[in-house]
Design a protein around this ligand. Structure first.
Ligand code: ZN
Ligand code: ZN
Length: 418
């Protein structure tokens, strides 16, 4: 085995390469080829092309539990503004064929690199554990579709069913800190499209038209009342309208207008009530305007909540504490971010343990002496999906490799147990 395989500098080079060469959801072909080559060199049995670009390596190493470690590979249509020397200036084509900038704005390049590091570490140290290790790289987390695509491509008929699915997400917490929340950990997310159908015409003669822009504008404001007037103070919901598109020119009233909503919820009843309210408001607005056709409301993507099975989370937390120390392993509380890793765990009938990995420069927190001050500084950092978001490479990378390896060892057998 080459000594460069365990060289941390090489991992940093892989990270920079991935960061400079991001690929959109379901287009992760080069990333998949890179991880495939790496897993083959390490001696894994490798399956490729699962659910389009998914890759899984299986390493059978004696008796013991089967443990699956997962990373997501996709990037986002964001123009990078970090100013880093390894910033992306890649362009890609989105699902509609539009040319868009592409950036690893969610840090999935860090997830891939950390998982390569953990695969190297565990495969090169296979005398210290016993069991079956599965290393999985999934496409299209950002669409909430990649985990499902792999599961529906007979994933768990082709590899042994794991006892646990382990994974992590880099976050603006300080590098050196990891956060795991037992129970409900990440919100459910829904992508909802509202299309208003009006009747277009000349901007100078609005009386001959039904203006979908006015319907859309009224709906944007009215939707603010879903959270404030229809959801109890003791319940939670986030409803963000992230996209509003209509028209091409100032003097043309268009035929249609489209709103895209991101909704986050922790409870199916709250979710269902909110979707009913969105439908009622959009349809009501189109009727009030005398639209020739009712507004269409379409839930086009859905992520279920991530639930860290409590006993599994406790076991993973103990492994993380053993490596990082008790002060570095915190409880995050449930967060409004969403993830599709739970789909893999559900499909396998496995427990799920998913944690947040700190990625902000620890020097930024030097002045913080209390948890409140640390949180205040975390909240000042760019969040994932921002054009200025990027974790510091170190110590984030070393910590991410160590966290995955430690968590896996907490589930795998020791050779003497086997
Ligand atoms: Zn993301
Ligand atoms: Zn992400």
């Amino acid at each position: 085995m080459s000594s460069s395989g365990s060289n941390p500098t090489a991992l940093e080079d892989i990270y920079r390469f991935l960061h400079m060469n991001p690929e959109l959801s379901f287009q992760e072909h080069n990333t998949a080829a890179l991880v495939e080559a790496e897993l083959r060199e390490l001696g894994f049995d490798v399956l490729t092309g699962i659910g389009t670009t998914g890759v899984v390596g299986v390493l059978r190493n004696g008796d013991g539990p089967t443990v699956l470690l997962r990373a997501d590979m996709d990037a986002l249509p964001v123009a990078e503004q970090t100013g880093l020397e390894y910033a992306s200036n890649t362009l890609g084509n989105d699902q509609d064929g539009n040319e868009v900038p592409v950036m690893h704005a969610c840090g999935h390049d860090m997830h891939v690199t950390c998982l390569i590091g953990a695969a190297r570490h565990l495969s090169q140290d296979r005398g210290s554990w016993s069991g079956t290790l599965e290393i999985l790289f999934q496409p299209a987390e950002e669409l909430g579709a990649g985990a499902r695509a792999m599961a529906e491509d007979s994933l768990f008929k082709r590899i042994p069913r794991p006892a646990v699915v382990l994974g992590q997400h880099v976050s603006p917490l300080p590098a050196g800190v990891v956060a795991i929340q037992p129970g409900l950990a990440f919100a459910a997310a829904d992508g909802i499209r509202i299309t208003f159908h009006g009747r277009g015409g000349h901007g100078s003669r609005p009386e001959t038209t039904v203006d979908p822009i006015v319907m859309a504008a009224a709906t944007v404001l009215r939707l603010q009342t879903v959270v404030s007037r229809e959801i109890a103070a003791t319940e939670s919901l986030v409803l963000t309208i992230g996209s509003l598109h209509a028209g091409t020119k100032n003097n043309i009233i268009p035929d249609t207008a489209e709103l895209l909503i991101s909704m986050r919820s922790f409870d199916t009843d709250v979710r269902d009530r909110a979707i009913t309210a969105i439908r009622r408001i959009a349809v009501g607005e189109s009727r009030a305007a005398g639209a020739p056709q009712e507004a269409a409301v379409d839930v086009y993507e859905s992520f279920p909540c991530v639930v860290n099975e409590p006993a599994a989370a406790e076991r993973t937390r103990a492994s993380l504490i053993e490596h990082f120390g008790p002060g570095a392993v915190i409880t995050s509380g449930a967060v409004t971010g969403s993830e599709d890793i739970g789909v893999l765990a559900d499909a396998a009938g496995a427990a799920c343990s998913f944690w947040l990995l700190g990625g902000s420069d620890p020097a930024l927190f030097a002045s913080a002496t209390t948890v409140e001050e640390t949180i205040r500084i975390v909240n000042q950092q760019p969040s994932n999906h921002s054009p200025t978001y990027a974790p510091v490479i170190q110590p984030t990378l070393d910590n991410g490799v160590a966290a995955l390896a430690a968590a896996a060892r907490g589930w795998l057998a020791r050779p003497t147990d086997a």
